[in-house]
Design a protein around this ligand. Structure first.
Ligand SMILES: [Zn+2]
Length: 498
């Protein structure tokens, strides 16, 4: 294949047009034009250079945050979400473009063609400027990014009233936490910002409503978002039931069931994606499936933040559609979507000890449902076929197959899921552009951007070092608060994921 940025064709030994759902097409030339697959021409044999290459629909990251500085890099150690959130205060303030472009280039190198971007603001009063940086980064790297505009406004720092938490802290800390409880933007400002940010839209940048989570957003805002989504057709992306404490808060505040409440507000619709969804019971899963809501399951993140595991069996029982997300917290902190697929696959393929979930289902989740959650298009769009967007992952299997005795192509896909990592990526094409070639991002210079980001972050950290003692005191108070009975009681629910 021609390694130019917009190749006219790619040759491969196998085309997995619908991986796992239909047999591969064999040696082929994929002709590309205007960002789409023009036609797929069978070849008698692949050219020598393409003998080990296979083409797949490109994976999608259904939930992420686009932080160029990884959380471990700025000193936020993995731990339970509720105390981990206070560690985010350590993140140095950097240029929004640099922050996003480094994240997106790394995600591209991890095999990701499209991603949800749940934006975490660095400056609540500068959201539009930050969105401009993200939109430019999406264009430069060449990914398809859905920017979820954050809506929050209550229960910051702790679920429920602040006073019982403050009782565990010295008075000198109170003013800062009281200030943190104040929303930085009103509902009307946020709704107006969605419209302004939507004006930045391009092929690789679209806008979604991003209520951060039901415990952090009041009913007036949730109802307004539901109505605005129905009117505009824009999607909604929200964290839901990530942790047991969140479930406990919901059970205490909505004895009739949080999901029924959200349904009555009008929020549950096919335009909604909920991220994490770890602490769902069977009735929740049935209701979400009935309303056509999509889930982003985030396995690595749930492990690193001690949240539990997605209740896979309940998802499958209900027929709930889901994609996979990295949440900026991949298992090896390397943004490798192929590893994430493997992690989910090993869990899902053992549900009930039988084959309820196939390789075809895995690729449909990651390339189909995940993509639909980001782009709003039909899941079938992930199929490699004439007319489809040229979002294609080409893997070179030389490394994976070096010790393989069988020549049978039938077991190749299982080998890919069992072994492939981002190092095996020959090409990632998005809308026909070469974003990654031989495992390195080609649309931007990641090493140079990383160096610039780190220099800026180090300078910012020197100017405003994190207040380690205050973070430690807050974490101690949060733990004491959870133990003393003034926080919502922990639920006794289990996560029987197999
Ligand atoms: Zn998240």
């Amino acid at each position: 294949m021609n390694p130019m940025r917009e190749p006219t064709h790619i040759d491969v030994a196998q085309v997995y047009a619908r991986p796992g759902a239909q047999p591969p097409l064999g040696p082929s030339r994929l002709h590309l034009a205007e960002g789409r697959i023009a036609r797929i021409e069978p070849l008698p044999a692949p050219p020598a250079a393409a003998r080990h290459r296979i083409a797949l629909p490109a994976p999608c990251d259904a939930h992420d945050h686009g932080r160029g500085l990884r959380t471990l890099a700025f000193g936020a150690q993995d731990q339970a979400l509720e105390t981990w959130l206070s560690e985010l205060a350590r993140e140095p303030h950097v240029d929004p473009y640099l922050r996003a472009v480094v994240a997106f280039a790394r995600m591209a190198e991890g095999g990701i063609a499209a991603a949800n971007h749940c934006h975490n603001t660095q400056d609540g009063k500068a959201l539009l400027r930050e969105a401009q940086g993200v939109a430019r980064a999406a264009r430069d790297v060449g990914l398809r990014i859905a920017f979820a505009v954050p809506f929050a406004g209550r229960n910051n720092v702790v679920y429920g009233p602040l006073a019982p938490l403050l009782a565990h802290l010295p008075p000198a800390d109170h003013a800062r936490l009281i200030a943190q409880r104040q929303p930085s933007r009103t509902l009307q400002e946020n709704l107006a910002l969605v419209e302004e940010i939507a004006e930045l839209s391009h092929e690789g940048f679209s806008v979604q409503y991003g209520p951060v989570g039901p415990q952090w957003v009041d009913d007036e805002a949730l109802a307004s978002i539901a109505q605005a989504s129905a009117d505009s057709g824009r999607r909604v992306h929200m964290h839901l039931f990530e942790t047991r404490q969140q479930r406990a808060w919901a059970d205490a505040h909505h004895p009739g069931g949080l999901l029924k409440h959200l349904d009555a507000i009008g929020l549950l619709s096919p335009r909604l994606t909920v991220a994490h969804a770890v602490w769902l019971d069977a009735a929740d899963c049935a209701l979400l499936a009935e309303r056509g809501v999509m889930v982003s399951a985030n396995v690595s993140s749930n492990l690193r933040l001690r949240s539990g595991m997605p209740p896979w069996r309940r998802y499958l029982d209900a027929g709930l559609r889901f994609g996979l997300g990295l949440d900026g917290m991949s298992l090896d902190d390397d943004e490798d979507m192929l590893r994430e697929m493997r992690l989910a696959w090993h869990q899902l393929s053992t549900v009930d000890g039988c084959e309820r979930f196939s390789l075809g289902d895995l690729f449909q989740a990651v390339c189909g449902h995940g993509r639909a959650s980001i782009t709003g298009q039909a899941p079938g769009d992930a199929e490699l076929k004439p007319g489809a967007p040229a979002d294609i992952l080409v893997l070179d299997l030389r490394h994976l197959t070096r010790d393989r005795l069988s020549e049978d192509p039938a077991d190749l896909l299982a080998l890919v899921v069992a072994r492939a990592t981002k190092r095996d990526i020959q090409h990632l094409l998005v809308a026909g552009r070469t974003v990654v070639h031989e495992a390195h991002c080609r649309s931007v210079s990641l090493p140079a951007l990383e160096a610039a980001l780190l220099a800026e972050a180090r300078a910012a950290r020197q100017r405003h070092p994190p207040d380690d003692a205050a973070i430690t005191r807050l974490q101690g108070a949060l733990r004491a608060h959870a133990r003393c009975g003034c926080a919502p009681p922990f639920s006794e629910r289990e996560t029987p994921w197999i």
